[in-house]
Write a protein that binds this ligand. Sequence first.
Ligand code: FAD
Length: 311
Amino acid sequence: PFEVLIVGGGPAGAASAIYTARKGFRTGIAAERFGGQLHDTLGIENLPGTAYTEGPKLAADLERQIGENTIDLMNLAKAVKLVPAKTEGGLHTVELGNGASLKARSLILATGARWRNLGVPGEAEYRNKGVAYCPHCDGPLFKGKRIAVIGGGNSGVEAAIDLAKIVGHVTLIEYDEKLRADEVLQAKLRSLSNVEIVTSGQTTEITGDNGKVNGLVLKDRASGDERRIELEGVFVQIGLVPNTEWLKDSGLELTEFGEIVTDEEGRTNLPGVLGAGDVTDVPYKQIVVAMGEGSKAGLSAFDYLIRTEPA
Ligand code: FAD
């Protein structure tokens, strides 16, 4: 068995593994796809100390660093079930999709999250070519340009307020009859002169030419009328889904949104089981945050292992 098993090989899981391996613990990583969301990211310009990198390059750099430490990296290993230890200090079991199971005294759960997609024509085709999901990451690429934000919940309205400072014009599109964001955010949004708010709006297609977004097709759900909006960018803000489906029924505490509940040291309600990165209830889903939280969970696993007798 491992002393520490990390489930997930994104920035959070990679950081955890580097920390626990350097403490001399027998460390394994089981990842469905090493690198995680980094594979969907083109330019990264907000990682302090690294002025510019690209997602796949950062993933390769992390994999190289994993290789330089004594870490057993199991890639293409999908966890399907968690069976927690029956007693404190005992072994937790993680069952994999291929039928194998892995055991460890301490687990770090870092399975990340995924952006909910609109699922309309053009979205996948123009991803990273005008279709974006992260305003903190990609906002500056649209300086002075016209964009739409899709989604009128808190994240959509916050994104629209944030982006309105950088871009030329924002069209905020909500599918429902009214925005769902907190009233104070809605008031702030309405006060901005370069924002148009559309409700009962369904985006039916994202269009482009020369490999770049040039507009979207918007249907009024009340009248059924369709119109085209010309723009250069579309931010999809209809929810971030944590990858915790496999943890249901394990006894692990999740929020109403399915995120793993963690304390300030990354501990969950199960002794020896820690959480890190986008999969947890820690706000601000960013690479540097995931790496920081992963490191913290690694140190927290160390703390648990030196204080707990093996059962
Ligand atoms: P993830 O990166 O989601 O990694 C999760 C890992 O868990 C993966 O290895 C996955 O395969 C694995 N996994 C999932 N389920 C299972 C399972 N059941 N069993 C085993 N393994 C599993 N952030 C920035 O800071 N700057 C940016 O410029 C930036 N741009 C972005 C652009 C895009 C398009 C996207 C989608 C995100 C961007 N982000 C950016 C956000 C950033 O990528 C995430 O915050 C970060 O990757 C989170 O790291 P993580 O390790 O928590 O999770």
